[in-house]
Design a protein around this ligand. Structure first.
Ligand code: F6P
Length: 324
């Protein structure tokens, strides 16, 4: 292996830059030529590829976003798109890839590897923490801390006015951000796609809390089966008719994706980036370099994509138990 390329794809996440930096510098340390591909698979198709030096990744460790930019590529889903991408990589003599992203990124990487055989190792970059094969994903810790800071502030104003707040956090198919925010922020209730909480359950809980609490926070994962926080709030509110209770909604949205990564995310990104490059050198491919029980573990893309990473029952229980 002589020339490797690194790219970020899908939703950006804080710590991706730390990962890019680690890939570039580990590659250079091992005498590889390291290239960057801008805008993920789209950039691969367009040949947006350039050689990196050690200084190309100076002063990025602490920055959110991704210096390599990111995209969700429709063209790469097509055979023609992937053929173009392969031609571009061949032109540059790329014989190894590091793909930083989530399950969509790894789905693309797996198909591409099966079609063209360029060794590829992934790094888990998504705020959602929904990737099997790693305890945490790069960006999750920062996203939780960003959301928690907001929830703490909402708590102040909720308490001042005796209001019930529905706070929507990210997580299209996953309640990881919601449950950790729920525990860390002392939410009265958490609604996640992994468990069924009906409107009736929410109403019952909130009415049950009336004796002990004057304000409440319900954290809603955006992918909850009852809908988004705004829909849920309207449905719940209609069950409180005639009561002097105010309901409010806050959707935290993309602020959770930005910001300077926490120490945890910088270290996870760095470890995973180094492990990806050293994995490639040692013959690993079609897999992701994750961290499980503080050890580097390589998990096949197939498992990363298809296996479920369930929320810990203990976390669900903890949140519920402490919210009374
Ligand atoms: O997958 C990461 C994520 O932030 C999800 O939590 C969210 O649903 C989605 O990306 C939003 O994507 P976009 O920025 O493309 O709207």
């Amino acid at each position: 292996m002589k020339k490797i390329a690194v790219f970020t794809s899908g939703g950006d996440s804080p710590g991706m830059n730390a990962c890019v930096r680690a890939v570039v510098r580990t590659g250079i340390y091992h005498n590889l030529d390291v290239y960057s591909i801008m805008y993920g698979y789209d950039g691969m198709i367009k040949g947006n590829i350039k050689k990196m030096q050690s200084h190309s990744v100076s002063n990025i460790l602490q920055r959110g976003g991704t210096i390599l930019k990111s995209a969700r590529s429709e063209e790469f889903r097509t055979k023609e798109g992937r053929q173009k991408a392969f031609e571009e990589l061949k032109k540059h003599g790329i014989d190894g890839l590091v793909a930083i992203g989530g399950d969509g990124t790894f789905t693309g990487a797996k198909i591409f590897f099966e079609e063209y055989g360029i060794p590829t190792v992934g790094c888990p970059g998504t705020i959602d923490n929904d990737i099997f094969g790693t305890d945490y994903t790069i960006g999750f810790d920062t996203a939780v801390n960003t959301a928690l800071e907001a929830i703490d502030k909402i708590r102040d104003t909720a308490a001042a006015h005796d209001r019930i707040f529905f706070v929507e956090v990210m997580g299209r198919d996953s309640g990881y951000i919601a449950i950790e925010c729920g525990i860390g922020g002392g939410a009265e209730l958490v609604m996640v796609p992994e468990t069924t909480t009906t409107i009736h359950d929410v109403v019952k809980s909130l009415k049950g809390l009336r004796k002990s609490k004057t304000s409440s926070i319900v954290v809603v994962a955006e992918g909850d089966e009852e809908g988004g926080a705004a829909d849920i709030m309207e449905k719940v509110k209609s069950e409180f008719k005639g009561e002097d209770k105010e309901f409010k909604v806050t959707t935290l949205g993309h602020i959770q994706r930005g910001g300077s990564p926490t120490a945890k995310d910088r270290i996870l990104g760095s470890r995973s980036g180094m492990a990806a490059v050293e994995g490639l050198i040692n013959g690993k491919s079609n897999c992701m370099a994750g961290i499980i029980n503080d050890q580097v573990v390589y998990t096949s893309f197939e498992d990363c994509i298809t296996k479920n990473k369930p929320l810990k029952d203990e976390y669900l229980r903890l949140q519920e138990l402490l919210s009374i």
